[in-house]
Design a protein around this ligand. Structure first.
Ligand SMILES: O=C(O)[C@H](O)COP(=O)(O)O
Length: 408
């Protein structure tokens, strides 16, 4: 059991009592009468064959309070889409599988492209964006949870705790972010979160001085968690990055759109493990290397929108400051691992820090060289204003796909 410390600007909802799941679910069933609940799953076809997704499906089949499950399926051809429909047909809840690469959704995408309103890059951000559009189109639910599809330690308690803060009608939260200890198999994981995001935020505070925005981001215990929940109206007015900047982008948009007492974070799991990507130190376009560049770019861009002026010298100072702070964190985590009898490879940790330091410079250079580039996907508000029938088209296209390709 953890402590009850409130460490930052947003409320933290802890796990203080190990409340039985059945108890929470009973409440959620009652809440769902007033606020129908949905789940969004951004998913790659390849994940259906991994070890996580079959387990997730098994757990979801037992969830008694969901009105609708919306699955965004990426990188699937026709046969794979059919297979996915078959896979998800086990769900007892109403569910819809968005075939993002199928001809119908591609046609909608092409139409949006004419007005430069479609996501430019493929990726999780794009997938999530289409799913959120579907939530609006369906209009069936009031509150929505979203989680990754590579969680190998999945338990349906994670979903119950994640959605609770936006499901309970007595609470006033618009948005809730999940957090957990990413510790598994005797190891402390979460390299980008621990070794890039937190030390970089601390370095930015030192170099740029006090900024509410930085304190705000720093108060999330796991800013990169792919698990969050929100009220439906949040969707209309967010501009999210299509790349790995998605999580930081969503947090930034919440701060811009809401007062911080409408935002919270919740402890969703004692253990959490997922598919680990390679560091990919030699390839800016892969693995944690790409992730660190995308995240850092998203941070710089958001800071620029707050009036911060960057130049080469600022980036050099940020990098130097980051490097020192990150190395101190390696020591902190080594000790935390040791007292807990966990493993932590100091050499690998420092290799990651060296790569992230380089990537901070790369992200900075990229930012300076591409002043007009912003990989943010337009808000649904804007898209609807340009294409008033887009939600109906999306809704009908998904229905038509499911009818045409379902294996009956
Ligand atoms: O959250 C993170 O830091 C990244 O997703 C990397 O996680 P990992 O080190 O657990 O693979």
């Amino acid at each position: 059991m953890g402590d009850f410390y409130q460490n930052g600007i947003v409320t933290t909802l802890h796990n203080l009592s190990r409340r039985p799941l059945e108890d929470i679910e009973r409440e959620l069933v009652a809440f769902s009468q007033r606020r129908p609940l949905a789940l969004v799953l951004p998913c790659l076809y390849s994940e259906l064959q991994g070890e996580a997704m079959p387990r997730i499906l098994e757990h979801l089949c037992k969830v008694p309070y969901l009105e609708e499950i919306i699955i965004g399926l990426d990188r699937a051809d026709e046969g794979q889409y059919r297979e996915a429909l078959h896979f998800f047909s086990a769900l007892p809840q109403r569910h819809r599988v968005l075939w993002n690469d199928g001809p119908r959704l591609r046609a909608i995408d092409a139409e949006l492209k004419q007005e430069s309103l479609s996501p430019r890059e493929p990726g999780k951000g794009r997938n999530v964006w289409f799913c959120l559009g579907y939530v609006l189109a369906s209009g069936a639910c009031e509150s929505v949870a979203l989680h990754d599809c590579d969680i190998v330690t999945y338990d349906r308690e994670l979903l119950a705790r994640l959605i609770y803060p936006v499901a309970n009608p007595n609470f006033n939260y618009e948005f809730c972010k999940g957090y957990y200890a990413r510790v598994a198999n005797g190891k402390i994981n979460g390299r980008v979160s621990r070794l890039l995001v937190t030390p970089l935020l601390r370095a930015l505070k030192k170099v740029l001085g006090h900024l509410d925005f930085l304190d705000y981001l720093d108060s999330y215990r796991y800013p990169l968690a792919g698990e969050f929940s929100f009220r439906k109206d949040v969707i209309n007015d967010i501009r999210i990055p299509s790349d790995w900047g998605l999580e930081i982008g969503v947090l930034s948009e919440m701060k811009r759109n809401y007062s911080t007492n409408r935002l919270c974070q919740v402890d969703i799991a004692d253990v959490y493990d997922h598919k680990h990507q390679d560091l990919s130190a030699d390839n800016d376009d892969a693995g944690l290397s790409k992730m660190s560049i995308d995240i850092t770019k998203a941070l710089f861009r958001k800071l620029a929108t707050q009036g911060i002026v960057f130049n080469q010298e600022t980036f050099r100072t940020i990098k130097a400051c980051y490097f020192r702070i990150a190395l101190d964190f390696v020591e902190t985590y080594r000790n935390d691992a040791e007292i807990n009898g966990l493993a932590l490879d100091v050499h690998h940790e420092e290799q990651a820090v060296e790569l992230f330091a380089k990537n901070i410079m790369k992200a900075g250079e990229y930012f300076l060289e591409h002043p007009m580039e912003a990989p943010f996907i337009p808000s649904w508000n804007r898209v609807i204003s340009a294409f008033p029938s887009v939600l109906t088209q999306l809704y009908d296209a998904v229905d038509a796909d499911m009818r045409e390709y379902a294996v009956l």
